[in-house]
Design a protein around this ligand. Sequence first.
Ligand SMILES: NC(=O)c1ccc[n+]([C@@H]2O[C@H](COP(=O)([O-])OP(=O)(O)OC[C@H]3O[C@@H](n4cnc5c(N)ncnc54)[C@H](O)[C@@H]3O)[C@@H](O)[C@H]2O)c1
Length: 440
Amino acid sequence: MNRRDFIQSVSAASAVALSQGAFAQAPAPAKSKSDDLNVGIIGCGEQGRVLITSALPIPGIKFRAVCDIWEYSQQYAKGYLKKSGHDVNVYEDYRDMIAKEKGLDAVIVATPDWMHAEIANAWLESGKHVYCEKEMSNSLEKARSMVLTQRKTGKLLQIGHQRRSNPRYIHAIDRLIREANILGRVTHAYGQWNRSVADALGWPKKYAMDQTKLDKYGYVSMEQFRNWRWYKKYGGGPIVDLGSHQIDLFSWIWGCNPSAIVAMGGADYYKGREWFDNVMTIYEFNTPEGVNRAYYQVLTTTKRGGFYEQFMGVNGALTISEVSARGDTVEREAHAPSWDEYAKKGWLKPVKEAIKPTTTRNVAVDVRVTAEAGKWPLPIELLKPAHQPHLENFFDAVRGRAKLNCPPEVAFETAVAVLKANDAVVAGRRIEFKPEEFKV
Ligand SMILES: NC(=O)c1ccc[n+]([C@@H]2O[C@H](COP(=O)([O-])OP(=O)(O)OC[C@H]3O[C@@H](n4cnc5c(N)ncnc54)[C@H](O)[C@@H]3O)[C@@H](O)[C@H]2O)c1
């Protein structure tokens, strides 16, 4: 399974837990016609299609228009939406779409990062609510302009860090770690996203855009247009593309922004790509409990371990991933207070098999204090596409029934932390963050 696959139910019991609303975030689904929202999307590539698929099951969402500079993506989105009963107008230029689609309530922006600010700001200025993909931008100045435009217009701007609306993450972070404090002080966190070696993306020859059109929209070549992630003009490279989701969690866990960073990495394997193909970084967080550290790595030459996050506290560790098969357990240390009360409350899934006591006999090093005392599965499965709850949160906010889970101020703080990783690689030394850097 990859992150775009649906996360399937593993048990009826967990489905009940979610549907009973014990942990669910999404408010009651919209039912009446007056709840209908007219929606458009700008950028219908890989992620645009994931978002369309994730929005289609949400009651009341009516796609009315799509925009993409590439005919291939236009055709795909139009055809896919038609099959789902949505007849859409098609645009090449978002400015043309703004001029003509006055009846939209909200738009989704899923273009490459470098166009997010220009397009999202223009839609906000035109009076529409915007769901914009992460990373907010590949430039902090442009990200800052999005915060300011949102404030000025008063329209909603949700940024696509979808874990912020995922009931599994909300349960793990807000309930188990922050509220119940079952891990004790979380002194360390870890995250990784490892991917296999991959060739550069190609394109069907008959859909190649000519140079005049590429120039018009700011792309140097078809190769750069398709592989924008690897070029500084358009994106932030793998650490920004993939790390932004996971580095975002460190600030969520500790309730503060990082105070310092060190990083190493390089453009070491692929030829002709600008951005670093491997980055290993350590963030330091000055929390009220003391200094805690988080290690994060992104590798693009091995898929070893895939993608997941770990939060390691003095009483136990929680491993989680957007795809539950990659991480879904909390491990208790032998010395930790009993977790039975959390199992009784349904906050942890009861462990089926009795845990065998760990013996230290014949072991040279005394491992008693670190001996594992049981793995407790998380009690929640997400029975929807991973991006659906975040879109639901956005549309519920548009309907006036919810607060955004990832408003631009939150996403800006993450962008500061994430983009600094590239600076730290270049600097080759420890960089301190100033608290005011995170504020707009
Ligand atoms: N939240 C997530 O899990 C997640 C996952 C993948 C990608 N993303 C984000 O989604 C965005 C798109 O990524 P992708 O993987 O779909 O890239 P992609 O290259 O597959 O698709 C981008 C699409 O945008 C179109 N486009 C480019 N410039 C445009 C412009 N000026 N106006 C209109 N359309 C334009 C392209 O033609 C293409 O169809 C990026 O910001 C990326 O970081 C988020």
